[in-house]
Design a protein around this ligand. Structure first.
Ligand SMILES: *Cc1c(COP(=O)(O)O)cnc(C)c1O
Length: 365
């Protein structure tokens, strides 16, 4: 008998599902432990939690939960516009930046089109590409990062989109902005370049760049950013895209009308104002990254230099070590699905969490 699933499009059935980090509650159940005894360094979340101001704003917004949120996100866009120097019609809001990536694929790709991304790049790129029936062109990585020259050469006549993450997840690799800028100059204007800056807030000051200022020169550039990582709002799902008004107009046509929820909008607005929280987050990450990388070096484990809030550790038999870590109540992220079966990705946590991970790792080596 032929089922409805058998008749689902071949390109949908071929999608490799996204593998999220194991939830704390699930491991606690499996081990019979209290949730407080589990350390999760698997999803690049902010170990400080949310900004207290964002939390208060979200709680306040809940009083209005019977009402639809502002589908245009006027107040949040006003804040972003003032901060970034872009107009309202250059901003699209998303249900997390994952939504921005999805609607970019929906608006710019179709069966018969292709999109270029690097080997070891963020897993959502092939998923978003293949969901709309387009083909992924995967370009071999260079030193775990994007090989921009090869990516430029991989662009075909049917290519409509290029995905770039800087820094990249799960490798943490970072390309100097001048190289990204040169890439944008070399890419034909008919190809949309999606520049995913999910970890931009973790870059040291000397590596930061006002990429929004590039929009005036590159009408085919779409920048995506998120409140999930440094701003600590992963659970509320808020992200945004910046681009040419014509690009944003297309994205607005395909997005859900109320794609960003009420507490999410309120929390994101408040989070933007809490620069003190962002500075604390940055400082904690810098110290925690040093703690993790020096601890790993002490255990003779190589790492890939990272500019994010996570680090790729070359542990060898990652599947075995991951299983051992889980038994000790430590959740990190296996990345075999990214073609990195010898590595584990470890998010930077609080000092005590980082120490728990290093101790557990030492015990299973
Ligand atoms: C986490 C992440 C995102 C998206 O996260 P959202 O929570 O959907 O905003 C996007 N790109 C990269 C590279 C990420 O690591």
């Amino acid at each position: 008998m032929i089922t409805c699933c058998d008749l689902a499009p071949r390109h949908v059935r071929a999608i490799a599902p996204y593998q999220p980090g194991k939830p704390i509650s699930e491991l606690a159940r499996e081990l019979g432990l209290a949730e407080a005894d589990i350390v999760k360094l698997a999803s690049n979340e902010n170990p400080l939690g949310p900004s207290p101001r964002a939390l208060a704003a979200a709680q306040d917004a809940l009083h209005d939960m019977a009402l639809y949120p502002d589908g245009a996100g006027f107040a949040l866009k006003a804040k972003l516009s003032a901060k970034l120097g872009v107009a309202h019609d250059q901003i699209v809001l998303g249900n997390g930046s994952n939504d921005i990536l999805d609607i970019a694929a929906q608006a710019f790709l179709s069966p018969g089109a292709s999109a270029v991304h690097a080997q070891h790049a963020f897993a959502v790129y092939p998923i978003a590409t293949q969901t709309v029936g387009a083909q992924s062109i995967v370009v071999p990585a260079r030193h775990y990062g994007h090989d921009l020259a090869a990516m430029r050469d991989a662009i075909r006549d049917d290519t409509r989109l290029v995905w770039i993450a800087n820094p990249n997840n799960p490798t943490g690799t970072f390309l100097p902005w001048a190289e990204i800028e040169a890439f944008l100059e070399a890419v034909p204007e008919r190809v949309l370049v999606v520049l995913d800056e999910a970890y931009g807030e973790y870059l040291p000051p000397e590596d930061r760049c006002d990429t929004a200022a590039w929009l005036a020169r590159f009408p085919n550039l779409l920048i995506s950013r998120t409140f999930s990582k440094a701003y600590g709002l992963a659970g509320l799902r808020v992200g945004y895209g910046l681009g040419h008004p014509d690009v944003i107009d297309l994205l607005n046509r395909v997005r859900h009308p109320f794609n960003v929820n009420l507490p999410g909008l309120a929390a994101a607005e408040a989070a933007l104002d809490d620069t003190e929280f962002l500075a604390r987050t940055y400082a904690l990450n810098t110290a925690g990254m040093a703690q993790l990388t020096s601890g790993l070096a002490r255990l003779a484990i190589d790492t890939v230099p990272s500019k994010g809030n996570f680090v790729l550790a070359k542990v060898g038999d990652a599947a075995r070590i991951n299983a051992e870590l889980l038994k000790r109540g430590v959740i990190v992220r296996p990345v075999a699905g990214y073609g990195l079966p010898e590595c584990l990705r470890v998010s930077v946590g609080l000092a005590g969490q980082n120490a728990r991970f290093l101790d557990a790792l030492e015990a299973c080596l």
